[in-house]
Design a protein around this ligand. Structure first.
Ligand code: M1P
Length: 252
């Protein structure tokens, strides 16, 4: 078996790439990723916060930051290496309270004017490096999540909200990105998944593979996928990710 190549890293989006949306990784996929760590270095780069990434990625019960060399949550605004926190950025410090409140108030007002099949709680989730805006409310059940996702496909609730935000705040330097099934991620220009590459600059890495499912323009994997520093791979499901990895790393 070929030795571990420490100059090569695979960066993975989580939802839709290693797991089904907001679901736990399967035992088979987790086992496969552990096998991959004998071939190259591995990093996770998700839009979600660490708590959610851990819920999805620790099928064995061990914390995700112990299982993977690099875990970049909130696009890498929060970064862990070998279980240690190495970086944490704050959107409040960057923007200041006044600008943020202007946006949050407008988002809440806009969402209060929308009628949906159901609404629950936590319409704005404040994270360290981004704000997550969720018309149905993050405390919805799995069935309500799926109901919203289907409704959104037909009525473009989130797309319309994004257009409204862009029109209202053309100069605030904010990105409004539809990353998952029910919400919109809001963060400063440049704080997309490419941010995580900063943490890998002095690691002696020459080859950066990136795997993600939302690689089209407007998707939250697009910028890192299209970045000249990475070799971008679009995947359609965790099974497809595995198939593509087998081609690259396990064929003879
Ligand atoms: O896939 C990444 C996204 O996962 C969640 O999206 P949703 O709850 O809308 O399915 C969120 O944590 C979001 O911030 C993240 O980008």
């Amino acid at each position: 078996m070929a030795e571990l190549d420490t100059s090569t890293i695979c960066l993975f989006d989580v939802d839709g790439t290693l797991t089904a949306p907001r679901q736990r990784i399967t035992d088979e996929m987790e086992e496969f990723l552990q096998k991959l760590t004998t071939k190259c270095r591995v990093a996770l780069v998700g839009g979600s916060d660490l708590k959610k990434i851990n819920e999805q990625m620790s099928a064995s019960g061990e914390h995700v930051i112990q299982r993977y060399e690099f875990v970049f949550s909130e696009n890498g605004l929060v970064a862990h290496k070998n279980g240690e926190l190495i970086h944490k950025e704050s959107i409040v410090q960057y923007f200041g309270e006044e600008k943020l409140q202007k946006f949050i108030n407008f988002a809440l007002k806009s969402m209060s004017e929308i009628e949906l099949p159901c609404k629950r709680g936590t319409f704005v989730e404040f994270r360290s490096g981004l704000i997550n805006v969720c018309p149905v409310g993050r405390s919805c059940s799995q069935a309500e999540r799926e109901q919203f996702a289907a409704f959104d496909k037909e009525h473009h609730v989130r797309e319309k909200l994004v257009e409204k935000f862009k029109k209202q705040f053309p100069d605030l330097g904010l990105q409004f990105i539809i990353g998952g099934q029910i919400s919109i991620d809001v963060y400063p220009d440049g704080w997309d998944k490419r941010y995580s590459l900063k943490h890998l600059e002095n690691e002696g890495i020459k080859t950066f593979y990136f795997f993600g499912d939302k690689t089209n323009p407007g998707g939250n994997d697009h910028e890192i996928f299209a970045d000249p520093r990475t070799i971008g791979h679009t995947v359609t499901s965790p099974d497809d990710t595995r198939r593509q990895l087998e081609e690259i790393f396990f064929k003879n």
